[in-house]
Design a protein around this ligand. Structure first.
Ligand SMILES: [Zn+2]
Length: 248
């Protein structure tokens, strides 16, 4: 796990260094003091095999041992808290939190605190996920799932133009059908971002889908009688307005 994180980090770092070179910037020789304290604390937790619920040294103690200011320690701790690595308890001070890959993400996935590039990346990521779920849907779908999807479609106010809530209900059910809980939660936290970017992009564009557009009823039909590939094609058509926005 740590090793794969290192691999991803090194790829990203290489990319960043290359970008910096392009702009004529020199790579930083030293990371900020907060970054250093954050890294030291991460290593410390790992080396001492802290488990969820274990008490951690307080801000003052850490500041004294590392010989840095309390402000720096406070900032590093607040990052770790934000990421869901540690949490504060009223009487016990700080403790190790239960590991949860999405916990930290849920807190930062707010369209108003993410940068424009991240918003666009998240927007694209959702399309990647939607296109990749076909195999799982076909392997794990049940008769009851299909029935539920049909009910969702039947309750839509309009087949051609579902409301935002109806759109979310339908796609959330598809994610749910993959049987992967992390995946389902992941898409739920992507939704606000997706919506935000899409609205911004669509400004001034007409909302009428082309005649060959595949709506939710069409997707359900393919899911019932088609193949994995049919579904992938249908989903691509369904998501075409979104792909058009990106202009690949
Ligand atoms: Zn849809």
């Amino acid at each position: 796990m740590t090793q794969s994180i290192e691999i991803v980090r090194s790829i990203l770092e290489k990319k960043n260094t290359m970008a910096a070179k392009k702009k004529g910037l020199k790579p930083l020789n030293s990371v900020s003091m907060t970054d250093r304290v954050e890294n030291i604390l991460r290593d410390y937790f790992q080396e001492n095999a802290f488990k969820p619920g274990d008490s951690l040294p307080g801000e003052l103690e850490i500041a004294e041992k590392l010989d840095v200011s309390r402000n720096v320690v406070r900032e590093a701790l607040s990052r770790l808290r934000m990421l869901g690595i540690i949490e504060s308890r009223t009487r016990r001070g700080m403790i190790m939190a239960r590991p949860d890959i999405l916990g930290g993400l849920e807190r930062v996935m707010n369209p108003f605190i993410l940068g424009k590039d991240t918003l666009n990346d998240v927007f694209e990521m959702r399309l990647i996920l939607e296109m990749g779920m076909a195999e799982f849907l076909f392997a794990r779908k049940t008769a009851q799932d299909i029935e539920e999807l049909e009910e969702i479609v039947a309750s839509q106010t309009s087949i051609e133009e579902p409301t935002k809530e109806e759109e979310i209900r339908f796609h959330t059910k598809l994610y749910d059908m993959t049987g992967n809980e992390t995946f389902t939660r992941f898409q739920i936290l992507l939704l606000p971002v997706f919506e935000h970017v899409f609205k911004k992009y669509r400004k001034g564009k007409t909302n009428t889908p082309p005649p060959d557009h595949i709506h939710h009823d069409g997707l359900v039909k393919v899911l019932k009688t088609g193949t994995v590939n049919d579904f992938r094609n249908a989903m691509q058509t369904h998501l075409k307005p979104y792909f058009d926005v990106i202009d690949l």
